[in-house]
Design a protein around this ligand. Structure first.
Ligand SMILES: [Zn+2]
Length: 120
């Protein structure tokens, strides 16, 4: 359960971290155009070469998160809060924890929470 929480945090932060890394690289490359243009090309090609590795690492973290959730659910507990699950969640198409209101699919995929729409 602790591993799942760590992996969930890493997965949620990894996409934003990649975005900000590329924003910083863009700013550095743009600033270096006026100082020493070959550095801008170097940063561009380094960022281009780094992209598949970052995407692969994000997928590995996501896969590990789902595998960890499946393992915790197989042990009869909610991966998000650790409460005991009544029944067998592995057979359910969609399972919602009554304690923390988190929804899981059988593959360990955590569904995003439903947005409550206000009609005010
Ligand atoms: Zn829960």
């Amino acid at each position: 359960m602790r591993l799942y929480r760590i992996l969930r945090g890493m997965h949620e932060c990894s996409v934003l971290a990649v975005f900000w890394l590329y924003v910083v690289l863009f700013v550095l490359a743009f600033a270096s155009i006026f100082v020493f243009p070959p550095v801008a090309l170097l940063i561009f090609f380094a960022a281009l070469a780094l992209l598949p590795l970052l995407l692969l690492s994000c997928r590995i973290v996501r896969w590990s998160r789902h595998a960890s959730a499946r393992g915790v659910m197989g042990g009869g507990r909610c991966p998000a809060c650790g409460q005991r699950i009544p029944g067998d969640p592995g057979l359910a198409v969609r399972w919602r924890c009554e304690s923390c209101d988190t929804c899981f699919l059988p593959g360990g995929v955590e569904e995003p929470r439903q947005m409550v729409q206000s009609h005010a």
